[in-house]
Design a protein around this ligand. Structure first.
Ligand SMILES: Cc1ncc(COP(=O)(O)O)c(C=O)c1O
Length: 407
């Protein structure tokens, strides 16, 4: 290879390296890790960077911090993974991802070219945001809401508009549409992470009809199966400017197996292709396919998780804690003190709860775990709340800020 080709190859590699370093994709696990480290007591080992996953937990830790599903993959999914693992020396030569696409298309009245399969929905969330936002096309999100899209919009150099939720903790679609006449993407997470609250289909339809020209509405349905909310996949089938995200990390219990979808008109999905698409793990596609084909999975798990959640709500209400009733596998509690201090105190009891959001620094998110997890949560939370707030220095300058709409 001659010197000039070598130099240009090196500079290409350098550029590629810079681009990769500047474009981290964040998942719920990264946010959970960052929260765990930022809540760690002073003097502990410095945190690993949140963009590298090196999460380890103490023996017996209760993990209700990342909206995972303790039920894990269903039996049929585990069997499918076991049966296909020996073929893992090759890429997807038997078309597992194509079979999955066919199943999802058939079940939802969609054409197959409207479905793109990824290893989870974090990638399509990131790529859709990069594709539709820029320094001249803004990103509009509810506040609080899931942060990964906003992180991607920062990379785009987009104007970010954070719009407070309504008094029922729905997305305020009118305010969102009004927030930025040059918006490129309006992000609606339904049910919302972290509040677990719903935005009506009528409101989403209103946003779709009234959004700025050229913008899309990105509806993140990561938690849709846990709620009574209807999906908006029919808006995709009707060729609206809508992209829907789905993941197998929640009701299907496959966060560590990885599978998700971006669902949208082919011309919209085409814009995501610029960011590449990794090969799917055949285990993820095969497990997702059989999960979709199990008619009992969603109703059974929705009930199991809903029952544990409602039992926890009864306990919270009985103990006069303020919480937002949610329809998801997570909910928020107003601790009436700096939320990070509560997270730290809970960690000391080996119970890892979720993070706070800047808009509500006193409010912590808790994931619905197993009955045993929630029993341990109740004991630890009561002990923490019965203790006076620990350190004034931990208190945020925003305090006191809790739920604006709960008495
Ligand atoms: C609202 C929302 N969207 C997308 C994701 C991404 O999940 P995954 O990449 O595991 O599919 C999450 C993860 O928790 C989430 O909460």
């Amino acid at each position: 290879m001659n010197a000039s080709r070598l130099t240009s190859r090196r500079s290409f590699m350098r550029m590629a390296g810079v681009a990769a370093a500047a474009m981290p994709i964040f998942t719920e696990a990264h946010f959970a890790q960052a929260a765990m480290q930022s809540a760690a007591p002073a003097g502990t080992k410095p945190a690993a960077p949140a963009r590298r996953m090196r999460m380890t937990y103490p023996e017996g830790a209760v993990l209700i911090n990342a909206n995972e599903n303790p039920l894990g993959p269903c039996k049929a999914a585990c069997e499918a993974i076991g049966a296909i693992a020996h073929k893992g020396g090759r890429y997807d030569i038997d078309g597992e991802t194509a079979k999955l696409t066919t199943t999802f298309a058939r079940q939802n009245g969609l054409k197959e070219e409207y479905i793109a399969v990824y290893a989870g929905s974090s990638e399509p969330l990131h790529f859709t945001t990069l594709a539709f936002t820029s320094p001249t096309r803004g990103f509009v999100t509810g506040d609080p809401s899931y942060e990964a899209g906003m992180r991607a919009a920062m990379i785009s150099g987009a104007k970010i508009s954070k719009v407070p939720l309504t008094s029922t903790y729905a997305h305020d679609v009118k305010a969102m549409v009004a927030a930025d006449p040059n918006a490129g993407l309006i992000y609606i997470c339904n049910p919302n992470n972290p509040t677990g609250t719903l935005t009506s289909k009528e409101d989403i339809a209103w946003a779709v009809e009234n959004k700025p020209k050229g913008a899309i509405v990105l509806v993140d349905e990561a938690y849709i199966h846990l709620s009574d909310s209807p999906s908006v996949l029919d808006m995709v089938a009707a060729d609206k400017d809508v992209v829907v995200l789905r993941t197998f990390s929640k009701v299907y219990g496959m966060a560590g197996i990885r599978c998700g979808f971006a669902v949208g008109r082919p011309d919209l999905l085409k814009k995501l292709e610029a960011y590449g698409q990794n090969a799917m793990p055949i285990t993820g596609s095969a497990a997702a396919n059989v999960s979709l084909l199990d008619p009992e999975l969603v109703p059974t798990r929705k009930k199991i998780i809903g029952d544990i959640r409602n039992d926890t709500f009864e306990w919270l209400a009985k103990n006069n804690y303020k919480f937002i009733p949610s329809q998801s596998n997570c909910f928020m509690i107003d601790t009436g003190r700096n939320g990070r201090s509560v997270i730290t105190a809970m960690q000391a009891k080996n119970v890892f709860i979720g993070r706070t959001w800047p808009v509500w620094p006193n409010v912590v998110r808790v994931t619905v775990g197993s009955p045993d997890d929630m029993a341990k949560f109740k004991v630890a939370f009561k002990e923490v709340m019965d203790t006076a707030p620990v350190s004034a220095s931990l208190h945020s300058p925003y305090e006191p800020v809790g739920f604006p709409h709960l008495s």
